[in-house]
Ligand binder design. Sequence first.
Ligand code: ADP
Ligand code: MG
Length: 320
Amino acid sequence: MRIAAKGLTYVYNPKSSFATQALKGVDLTIEEGEFFGIIGHTGSGKSTFVQHLNALIRLTGGELKVGEYDLADKKCKVLELRSKVGMVFQYPEYQLFAETVKKDVAFGLKNFRKGISAEETEAAVREALSVAGLLYDEVAERSPFELSGGQRRRVAIAGVIVTKPEVLILDEPAAGLDPLGKKELMELLHAIHGQWCKTIVIVSHDMDEIAENCTRAAVFSEGKVAFCGTPKELFSRGEELAAMGLDVPVTARCAQILRENGIELDTDFTCGDFIGKVLALYRGDGAPAPCAGGEQEPAAARAEREEGAPALREGGEDAQ
Ligand SMILES: Nc1ncnc2c1ncn2[C@@H]1O[C@H](COP(=O)(O)OP(=O)(O)O)[C@@H](O)[C@H]1O
Ligand SMILES: [Mg+2]
């Protein structure tokens, strides 16, 4: 399902003295199959935008199409849309409420597929829990409140993916998790992306997370999309991001330091690519040439590279 927004506007509390224009004309297209990131400082309209995608917030201005669903059409089948576009809110574990994990995960499914049999429900819940990285036999009959925070978040995600949505939207999915928890969550989202949901949209503050995981990302600023592109395109514009109060990934900061020292690295800012390029530079295989005005390669390093031998050779002879 392709998502296409054009001139999307939204005002909270219109016609009151508290009116807030949260979206001021969002133009954005997300292609089917993407792992798409939405970034921007607090209050830039990210949550308001994503809640439009499954009509949790009804369209009041502009155009929005999600697959074949036209959100501007009063006859748009909203319930059907919601079963295809799943939404995981920030801290979703706080929305768990049933007395067992099994009942909690089944809740959404029963809501969308009236009359579904007990066997079908159990099979779907089992599968969703397994995709979410939980063992049905271990957790199904337990109260969600007995589980760890990370497990509860997985249960909440299972409760959304149980309908097999084509698009999965997560608002700040890794908020509050420790580094290992974040890494495992991202691995889970990639597994879901491959297996179940064609398109994933994540709202995130974490630029490293965006650089590592997303096909493209949009930068929201004051209710609009300031720019949109691949992580490589976005993080090459570090100064503009800084002007919007946004950070860049650690790899982009390191690339900037190298640039200031005369070395231009052509990297996509993922850790793997960045480290690979730095190692190539260090070893001298396919290394980028130092840029004009930059430091020359130290003679000792060049000798080591060319000879594959220690720079200072026997007899204390100079490496050159
Ligand atoms: N329920 C609400 N009622 C009134 N104003 C809101 C509400 N939710 C968000 N806003 C306002 O709308 C703007 C955009 O908010 P939001 O979409 O939550 O941004 P973000 O997710 O980027 O932090 C902000 O100015 C925020 O204060
Ligand atoms: Mg938000």
